[in-house]
Design a protein around this ligand. Sequence first.
Ligand code: HT7
Ligand code: ZN
Length: 856
Amino acid sequence: HQSMRLADYRPPAYTITDVDLTFELEDHQTRVTAVSQVVRQGETQAVLELDGEHLTLLALTVDGEDKTPEQQTDTALVLTDLPEQFELKVVTEIDPANNTALEGLYKSDGTFCTQCEAQGFRRITYFLDRPDVMAKYSVKVIADKHKYPSLLSNGNLVERGDLDDGRHWVRWQDPFAKPCYLFALVAGDFDCLTDRYTTGSGREVALELYVDKGNRHRGYHALASLKKAMQWDEQVYGLEYDLGVYMVVAVDFFNMGAMENKGLNIFNAKFVLADAESATDDDYFNIESVIAHEYFHNWTGNRVTCRDWFQLSLKEGLTVFRDQQFSADMASPALVRIKQARVIREHQFAEDAGPMAHPIRPEEVMEMNNFYSVTVYDKGAEVIRMLQRLLGQGGFRKGMDLYFERHDGQAVTCDDFVQAMADANGVDLEQFKRWYSQSGTPQVTVQSEYDAKHQQLILTLSQHTPPTQDQADKQPLPIPFGVELVDEHGSRSEVLSLSESEQRFCFDHVASNPAIACLTGFSAPVKVKQTIADSDLIRIALKGQDDFVRWDACQTLFSQHIHQLAEDSSRNSSEQVSEALSELIAELLKSPPEDAALLAEMLMLPSFDTLSQQQDIVNVDGLLRARKLIVTRLAQEFATQWQQLVDERPKQDYAYTAEQANWRRLLDRAMFYLAHSELPEAETQLQQVYQDSDNMTQTLGVLTGCQQANLSLFDSLMSDFEQLWRKDSLVMDKWFSLHASRPQDDMAGQLESLMEHPMYSINNPNKVRAIWGPFAMRNPQAFHQADGRGYRLLTDYLLNLDSVNPQVASRLVTPLLAFKRFDLGRQQHMRQQLERLAEQATLSRDLYEKVTRALK
Ligand code: HT7
Ligand code: ZN
């Protein structure tokens, strides 16, 4: 397996301006005829190297004449002696029904479907499968009319007809030139919901949502979200939709969340279908956000696309930033920001600390699918957010306008984006570009000196980025560092610009020594090192103005106490948990913040993953024990208040409104503590909440509380739940996840029996993720068993999964890669399992890249 390097980028020697594709769809022998108009861009003798994988070549002509390729390999077709401009016809045969990798054209559950990003188009035909080759597509699809009434592709439907053998055909034309990764085709039998949207300039757009038969009633939220996203993009960025139709198809077999193919988005059904009984508030939130994300790609990704895959963050970081802005405008901004900070701290910091560390614009890639990462997506979005903070909202908008004005219809680089921002605002962003090329998590150390006599506060900030596996030397970065000074009189905030290794900032007229809250609004994706007293944290939590730092102060207070307790194994009584935590909870419950969602988050202990990111070598047993002790203590000490919150839950009919959802978040928290309270009546009370629930959020809240507290009620409720939902694939994923994340020592039997369930299939990524994701990523007690049995279970499974679906296998291996951060015993067990994987002769490129980097 070979790596590719950003430094080796060269423009293509030939380009393709127009493509005419014909698909004759059959389960095992789909015939694809591709007629491309090819133009030479390089020198006269340039060879044309077409990408192609898993294809059977049936015919090849150049300007109507048979052509013999100079060379044909498993991955390429090389043609020489070509004219400057010509028509290339390639006929290939593919086997969609045996395509379990779900890349290219595949058939699952009776539906034909494509996934071409990043490099799936080469599994459909021999082609220049790179994003800087942009062509206009005309697509004819021919298939059995009875089995596949809907034949969809990008753009506008221009012609259709029937054949006399029971098949029918349609022709689609997309007026916009696009890279082949945005090509899509779907053939199936769906229910279709339709609606209309009139753009700001008065153009009519037909909206069509295709879902599995019988699921129409679950599509309304997605459709409403789409319209909100269309309107928001017009209002905030002045961007309108550009085709006459916008189609969204929900499918059950899908490798990721969704795909932004031009005019024809394909979605994992999980991010489309929702009703109160079957979907949680989080599902509703995610649907709104993913629908918006894919819609926003129409401008940031499709109209302006990436020159090469190293530039992926150009479209993903920017589009995640845009979907976060949208979500914050739709619901609780504090909650959206807290969720995002958690993603960065739990997952992105971990990626930086491990063998897959890379900058948001990676420099060396073996398997592109491995770089659809939290770094490229989420740190990428944080980088855009810092730009916006630097330029102000108006300046950022000016930069976006110039970016579209310059680059609409082009395939460009991250540097082009930053340049547009710089030029539109007349600023120099050279140092800022380091955020694109430098990997790793900067640590900012904060020291303060208060001079009471002169009423002056001096803050000394210093930054240091530890080396990462991919990069030894690090430079200082420009860091917008938000601070809020909170004293008994009130608070004041400022965003400090830290750009050197060390800087001093002076604040005058500071009447008393304030509590210093750092990183207001999570202003940069950095770690903060600060010595801070419990009393200052409590003051920030209760009196701070910035919602993020209020929440963060609670997290820090909890973390400090959990770490202390974890290090002292002699302390195993919950009685000894500090008074500071009790004081915080008592005050929060007495005078809560207005936003119930914020209160719910403030009451939540940091997760095992967050805590483990704060240690150099993770103390698994200590952290699990200490966290549990503190939960139990808080559950018991405030049992009456938890009970009261549960009893006083509003009883109105379910609606997904910000107010109701925020309240349900608080109810969730109260139920979690109630389940841990050991009150004799807790189980009866929780059972009552389960029984009177009219919505999945509340139901799942009860189940999660019972599961985490290990109540016997959990088993009976889970059986009841299964009886009720055993035919519903998406809901059963929740049931699988609850079983797989149940804290216990031995999971072998449990996992085995889940995989014997009639709903389970190794071919369905949602099922695989529902079981193995929670086990490996949200069940530290089971996964990190000291004798290594958790690691072995995962590896046994990955060895099977890799040959079925390498992309999904490669995502699931992530927790094993961090082995150097664990104690020697666990390290050895994890390493052993990685070595088992490495020994596989047929290991996919996806797993090979990660495993070899980890073992380096
Ligand atoms: N742009 C898409 C990324 C993607 C993907 C989606 C589904 C299946 C496989 C995929 N490979 C890459 C998703 C997005 O960010 O919008
Ligand atoms: Zn995206």
